[in-house]
Design a protein around this ligand. Structure first.
Ligand SMILES: [Zn+2]
Ligand SMILES: [Zn+2]
Length: 368
């Protein structure tokens, strides 16, 4: 499937829009003058991308797990701790970090208590549809013989519900093949710190702590930050090693490793495109293409909460209806947007077995 051709990407190889490029240039000049420190702390130029900004938060397995438990109703330190079994210091650090990132806010238990609990902010609650999109991917492709861990029902319509990623203009489901792109006001490249190398929590099996979860399974397969960026480039039409390396400024050993994992997880397939010498390219499989919904949901979240006033880097057009759109997660039965407080879960496991509280039949998300 010729992804690049289908997606019709409206972009030049290095568009270098004013904002990002300028900053990088003046930085480089200063660097030449000083002449010493640039090698010690190399900056890289990275595509402005709301997916990357969102993934920077969610690709930390422990942060992700803490947010997930909040969606299941956890507010207090000890609830997070018993559901996840994280060391005290790690949990404290993550709750602080997520509060700094605007995902949680701290609230006192009561007037008389000095203890704090952690509640999701509007930005935190707004991650819910992205979680739903990842969950659907996990349910479709990664559920074991027992089937998906959660069944969903939607209180708005009372029906069993399968969330869909849909176009905000026509409410039809969107797929990668039926969307085209153009640069938005926030497009361009910015100088940024390179991604930190090995972090302990980037071990993909960390995502599987606690209760069974299709979101965890999805993130175990793709939740490493480099992996996400490689998948993003694939949706933008990159197939070859060299092109990925140029776009991402990624070390070749890391790229080789991530591509092998993506092929192993059947997100990419490796195809020979040249003999003597043999050369291969990487294409999204049907499974890989199915990540699209989750990817654009995370992009939309980043656009809403992290674009720093510069506007979205990419604008999506739905080719079915011809309109620009924002992706939305809707109920397949009533076509209304999914919101956390209107969902009920039936668990295909015993939460007690995982140290998690029984919340099987009430709104799992805390409302203020
Ligand atoms: Zn549409
Ligand atoms: Zn519904």
């Amino acid at each position: 499937m010729p992804t690049a051709a289908i997606l019709k990407i409206n972009r030049r190889p290095y568009p270098a829009k004013r904002t990002g490029a300028k900053g990088a240039k003046s930085g480089a000049k200063a660097g030449t003058k000083v002449g010493i420190k640039w090698r010690a702390v190399p900056k890289v130029r990275e595509r402005n991308c709301s997916v990357a900004r969102t993934v920077a938060i969610l690709s930390d397995a422990w942060s992700f797990l803490v947010i997930r438990e909040a969606f299941f109703g956890a507010r207090r330190f000890k609830s997070f701790r018993s559901a996840l079994g994280l060391p005290r210091a790690t949990l404290t650090e993550r709750l602080k970090r997520l509060t700094r990132q605007g995902i949680f806010r701290q609230v006192r238990y009561s007037e008389t208590s000095s203890r704090l609990e952690y509640r999701l902010t509007p930005a935190g609650l707004d991650l819910y549809p992205s979680f739903m999109a990842l969950m659907q991917f996990g349910d479709r492709w990664l559920a074991g013989p027992k089937g998906p861990p959660l069944r969903l029902s939607h209180t708005t319509c009372g029906g069993d519900c399968r969330p869909l990623v849909a176009c905000s203009a026509c409410l039809e489901q969107v797929t990668a093949r039926r969307v085209s792109y153009r640069n938005g006001p926030g497009a361009g490249y910015s100088a940024t710190q390179p991604i930190r190398r090995a972090r302990r929590s980037s071990d993909p099996s960390q995502f599987l702590r606690g209760r069974p979860s299709s979101v965890s399974l999805a993130l175990q397969a793709i939740g490493d930050r480099w992996t996400f960026l490689i998948i993003r480039e694939a949706f933008l039409g990159a197939r070859r090693f060299d092109r990925l390396q140029t776009e991402l400024k990624i070390a070749s050993n890391i790229l080789t490793d991530r591509l092998a994992r993506l092929v192993g997880n059947e997100i990419f397939e490796r195809r020979k495109y040249q003999d003597l010498p043999d050369r291969f390219e990487y294409r999204l499989t049907d499974k890989g293409m199915d990540l699209y919904g989750a990817l654009i949901m995370m992009m939309a979240w980043g656009d809403r909460w992290l674009s720093r006033g510069s506007g979205p880097p990419i604008i999506l057009t739905h080719r079915e209806c011809g309109k620009d759109f924002t992706p939305q997660v809707i109920c397949d039965q009533c076509r209304k947007p999914i919101e956390a407080h209107a969902m009920r879960y039936r668990m295909n496991y015993k939460p007690r077995d995982f140290g998690a509280p029984e919340v099987s039949d009430r709104a799992a998300v805390v409302r203020d």
